[in-house]
Design a protein around this ligand. Structure first.
Ligand SMILES: NC(=O)c1ccc[n+]([C@@H]2O[C@H](COP(=O)([O-])OP(=O)(O)OC[C@H]3O[C@@H](n4cnc5c(N)ncnc54)[C@H](O)[C@@H]3O)[C@@H](O)[C@H]2O)c1
Length: 383
């Protein structure tokens, strides 16, 4: 079988997302599977070019995975004629200028979210990519989670009747770093370094709400920095200036009300780190990363409020698990495969920079709504 080698610059590959999800679980996994079949039957073969700031780390990573191509010089990597795709998993603040350089070099671009630090910059990148005629995409991994795929199947099958509301609960305790090391990078907790839970999570909620339910018409939010002092990777105390919790309300087209709590200062007493409860006239569902449970209106109990009595119903036991019915692969890998087919075969890929810009817009307007203590309508972007 003939191979179609696709050179891919992976910038920020030493980071959490760049290494684990994009290099190992996606591109190397595609190679381990023997390549990705293209439309004509040849095999798309990712050829990673590792890019970062630390030569030792890159050399070690390349050696560990049997790769030969790495550099600390992004310009040199982008000048290579055998590179077709630029991928960015750097800290968000470094993204815009690197993507612009990639577009200028005529490369297709795929990137982690958020696409840019503000809406104007995201819109400008979208226009630049379109003008250059390169293909562009943004990671929207939550759409490919088994739990949300099952939820989408329920929606497509008409399970809910009329959907009324969506309640999302995301988060877990991120350690302060003093007596136990923090499990997330410290830049996330400093506004000056591009941190904050709103810019991190609202882009995800934007595409989840829009693509599963309906376009978002308005946003309201209360944000907080609950933990104001943390300790970084080097053991140094720092002031946590960025929001670490956001309590958002979103009105969707058609009257659906969505409320999503996002927090790095909450302890988990749920089945999964994110859960969405959807209530509809005919049934309800609770979807997490992997699982999804439903309750049909025909099996809905009739509780009566009486605080004098102990709980009378086994509420959790009254839900039914939605079966897999299909294999679910890693969500990042699935989206990489779609992007590679978009580049090689011209297959559809709807998660482009325009979609990425709408995610940035929701974060920006969410922060504004919180600052000004009001509900903000979301205008259509002029793309
Ligand atoms: N899709 C998702 O679910 C998801 C989850 C987490 C993070 N992300 C996104 O991925 C990106 C990276 O996040 P991460 O958690 O992997 O972060 P990380 O700190 O683990 O990695 C950041 C990478 O950027 C590089 N970098 C380049 N310039 C830098 C600079 N000036 N300062 C610090 N690092 C610099 C680092 O070397 C490293 O390789 C962010 O944009 C974040 O929003 C996405």
């Amino acid at each position: 079988m003939s191979r179609i080698p696709i050179g891919i610059v992976l910038n920020g590959v030493t980071g959490r997302m760049g290494y684990r999800q994009h290099l190992v679980r996606s591109l190397l996994a595609i190679r381990e599977a023997g390549g990705l079949p293209s439309r004509d039957g040849s095999l798309i073969w990712p050829e990673p070019v590792l890019v970062g700031r630390n030569a030792d780390k890159l050399a070690q990573m390349a050696q560990q995975h049997g790769l030969t191509e790495w550099t600390t010089d992004l310009g040199a990597a982008l000048a290579r004629p055998d590179v077709q795709i630029y991928f960015d998993a750097q800290v968000t603040q470094q993204r815009e200028k690197a993507i612009r350089a990639a577009i200028d070099a005529g490369k297709h671009v795929y990137t982690e979210k958020p696409l840019a630090e503000d809406t104007d910059a995201a819109v400008a990148l979208c226009r630049a990519a379109r003008a250059a005629g390169v293909k562009h995409g943004v990671v929207q991994d939550k759409l490919f989670l088994p739990g949300l795929r099952k939820l989408k199947r329920l929606i497509d099958g008409g399970f809910f009747g009329r959907i009324l509301s969506v309640r999302g609960e995301f988060g877990y305790w991120v350690f302060e770093g003093d007596w136990q090391a923090a499990q997330r990078p410290s830049w996330n907790y400093r506004t000056a370094d591009g941190g904050g839970i709103v810019v991190d999570m609202f882009p995800h909620w934007q595409y989840v709400l829009e693509q599963l339910f309906a376009p978002i018409r308005s946003v309201q939010a209360t944000v907080a920095t609950h933990i104001q002092s943390r300790v970084d990777e080097l053991g140094q105390q720092y002031d946590a200036t960025a929001d670490d919790a956001a309590y958002g309300t979103f009105e969707l087209e058609g009257g659906i009300v969505a409320q999503i709590n996002s927090s790095w200062a909450v302890r988990v007493r749920r089945d999964e780190l994110v859960e969405f409860q959807v209530d509809g006239t005919h049934g309800s569902a609770v979807a997490g990363l992997r699982e999804c449970h439903v309750q049909h209106r025909g099996t809905t109990p009739k509780p009566v409020w009486n605080p004098d009595l102990p709980v009378t119903e086994p509420f959790r036991a009254q839900w039914q698990a939605v079966p897999d019915n299909e294999p679910f692969d890693n969500g990042f890998k699935v989206q990489w495969e779609l992007f590679l087919r978009h580049v090689v075969d011209g297959a559809d890929f709807p998660w482009d920079f325009a979609a990425g810009a709408r995610g940035v817009q929701l974060a920006e307007l969410g922060l504004q709504a919180a600052r000004e203590g009001r509900r903000i309508e979301i205008p259509a972007l002029d793309l």
